[in-house]
Design a binder for this molecule. Sequence first.
Ligand code: NAG
Ligand code: NAG
Length: 192
Amino acid sequence: MVSSISYSVFTAYFFVFLSIFFVTSNGFFYEELTEGIAIKRTEKTSHLHFYFHDIVGGKNPTAVKIAGPLNSTGYGFGSTLIMDDALTEGPERTSKLVGRAQGLYAIAAQEDVSLLMVVNFAFMEGEYNGSSISILGRNPVLNDVREMPIVGGSGLFRFASGYALAHTIWFDSKTGDATVEYNVYVTTNEVS
Ligand SMILES: *[C@@H]1O[C@H](CO)[C@@H](O)[C@H](O)[C@H]1NC(C)=O
Ligand SMILES: *[C@@H]1O[C@H](CO)[C@@H](O)[C@H](O)[C@H]1NC(C)=O
């Protein structure tokens, strides 16, 4: 199971005015619907905790370089990798798989090792199986804890917002492989 704590932050009633327009390419069929309806909105925040395994070296890498300058400067400025990294329940690579981190990262800084992260965490375990969150953020990998924004999600994480905290627990400087602990706080709004 993905370790998660869910709790309702608040429940509120909102009056919204819905405007729906139907326009088809065949002529100008047009319907405008304006109605005041009561909506019950529940904001829910979940805490997810898992480990991310980035394998760059060896025969079976899970992150591969797809672009970058031939002779890069600094710490590899411009190097861009695409990943399909395992997310596991515990810190060992052999621990139970709870999802995959699919996306890319690029070294987007000239004077330190800051990555641009564009990644979807696709979950495969428990109630979150089939749901995903999307992260777009800056990851200065040498910092102890890095915060990255959650910009959206799908499935149970539709309308997601929140943040992810990344903390490297293991790094092999020879291969570049790393294990990173993630604490993710994701908020969704359920409308009923
Ligand atoms: C890369 O560096 C090598 C050795 O310094 C040089 O011969 C080569 O022309 C450089 N390539 C580019 C694309 O700058
Ligand atoms: C997750 O969902 C897929 C597709 O519905 C299913 O094949 C798989 O067995 C599920 N995995 C778990 C761990 O429930």
